[in-house]
Design a protein around this ligand. Structure first.
Ligand code: GLN
Length: 456
């Protein structure tokens, strides 16, 4: 076995037993990048960076790929937009700094939709990334490069960000595991902002166990981010046994691919056979998720993007990609005098109702289980010409972002065409530990997450 194929847990053990060195581990990842990245195109920048000589920490020498919207000191950070083609941050984002403290070695910056606006990585200013399971398909997005890099064993884990599904959906399309943390659990300082009341950095890895290790380094209060939270994470899904899993009926409704539904339902049944309880529940405002999410994020985007005024940062605004321009214009509209009440304010109110849906449902069940995306990975070009088609793909992910709750995405099977399918387990705010527990149990019972793509 090549070292780049190891999980963090396996690599830690191998390093501790002195079976191989951190240099050998890194070199195998770099060799894999050389071998496959001309096909996958997961990376915008390949470049090594870590703290020399940090030994004995939990992530010592573990190679990581970082989504290019997270600032890395002296390592080019483009947000996959041409406007920041030559931007070299002078500081590390908090989550980057924290995993470096843990010993992780950055081996490169991964491609995404420009500024994380998208769900297929087709809106990058640096070209497409390709799904390792089928090169004619998208890896998902916006953290498509991070997901593809992990799936193709170009690194041991990656960091992504999830504003409306951007960790979970690519994880699901590429057969890896990813966590969208509780809003505020992982600080946003040094993340090039998309929609500030939604943005969540999080881990993307080969197993739930690895996501947990990385998350524990990332989480916690940060002086630089007033919305970051202190010490609440340890709140479990309290019960030790007879955990009640809710199946929201809206997540298995018409419009969701039949094979996806069947595979996710089979995963739920397997958990039931192993001591978990299942109950059908309802999240009646699911259908408002997409319009409410897009109204709010366009507004937040238009104000966040004002800093790229062509004077202070990067290049001229002509360098913005089309999807970036589209969102700025739509957000300017929803915030303009006369329309603010009609759009932004109204959407904010419905956001509270979506949150209420979850509050109600978590009185009855401990967590929720459903598909991540309505379809498996789609073909390149299939949806890119119709923005609304692409926005509708987010129907099952945006609610967790509107409510600020955590959601763990993990592999749960393959379609007849051999495309991976993922499920997500959502819990109340700060229930990450509980989600990891359920996820780890599922990965003990199954080996979907161990399947590797044959890159051809
Ligand atoms: N696909 C969603 C969008 O286009 C989510 C993006 C994200 O989470 N960064 O907004």
């Amino acid at each position: 076995m090549k070292l780049n194929e190891l999980t963090i847990t396996e690599a830690k053990k191998g390093l501790a037993d002195k079976k191989f060195s951190t240099n050998e581990l890194r070199d195998d990842c770099l060799a894999q990048i050389k071998k496959v990245d001309s096909k996958i195109k997961a990376f915008v920048t390949v470049g090594e960076q870590g703290e020399e000589g940090r030994e004995g920490t939990e992530l010592s020498g573990i190679p990581v790929a970082i989504k290019d919207v997270l600032s890395t000191k002296n390592l080019r950070t483009t947000a996959s937009s041409k406007i920041l083609e030559n931007y070299f941050p002078v500081y590390d984002g908090t989550v980057v700094e924290r995993i470096k403290k843990g010993g992780a070695v950055i081996i490169g910056k991964t491609n995404c939709d420009a500024f994380a606006f998208g769900g297929s990585t087709e809106h990058s200013g640096y070209g497409l990334s390709y799904n390792p399971w089928d090169l004619s398909r998208v890896p998902g997005g916006s953290s498509g490069g991070s997901a593809a890099a992990v799936a193709a064993d170009e690194c041991l884990f990656a960091l992504g960000t999830d504003t409306g599904g951007s960790i979970r959906q690519p994880a699901s399309f590429c057969n890896i595991t990813g966590l969208k943390p509780t809003y505020g659990a992982c600080p946003r300082y040094g993340l090039l902002a998309m929609a500030s009341s939604f943005d969540c950095p999080g881990p993307m890895a080969k197993t739930v166990e690895d996501c947990e290790i990385v998350f524990n380094w990332m989480e916690g209060e940060d002086f630089h981010d007033a919305t970051s939270s202190a010490g609440q994470i340890k709140k479990h899904i309290e019960k030790q046994d007879k955990i009640k899993i809710g199946l929201p009926k809206e997540y298995f409704a018409e419009g969701i691919d039949e094979e996806v539904k069947t595979l996710v339902m089979a995963a739920a049944k397997l958990l039931e056979q192993n001591g978990f309880l299942l109950e059908e529940v309802t999240l009646p405002r699911t259908e408002y998720g997409v319009p409410v999410y897009y109204t709010l994020i366009f507004s937040e985007i238009s104000s966040n993007m004002a800093r790229y005024d062509g004077i202070r940062f990067g290049k001229d605004r002509d360098s913005f990609e089309d999807e970036v321009k589209r969102r700025i214009m739509l957000g300017t509209y929803t915030l303009s005098a006369g329309y603010f009440d009609q759009y932004y304010l109204k959407a904010s109110r419905v956001r509270s109702l979506v949150q209420k849906d979850f509050e109600e449902v978590f009185k009855k069940v401990d967590c929720l289980l459903g598909p991540v995306a309505p379809t498996p990975a789609f073909k390149i070009g299939e949806k890119s010409n119709d923005p609304v088609q692409l926005y509708l793909e987010d129907i099952l992910t945006v609610s967790a972002n509107l409510a600020g709750i955590p959601s763990l995405a993990l592999p749960c099977g393959f379609t007849k065409e051999n495309l991976p399918v993922g499920m997500q387990i959502m819990g109340p705010a700060f229930s990450e530990e509980g989600l990891f527990k359920i996820g780890k149990r599922y990965q003990e019972l199954t080996d979907w997450h161990k399947r590797k793509p044959e890159i051809k």
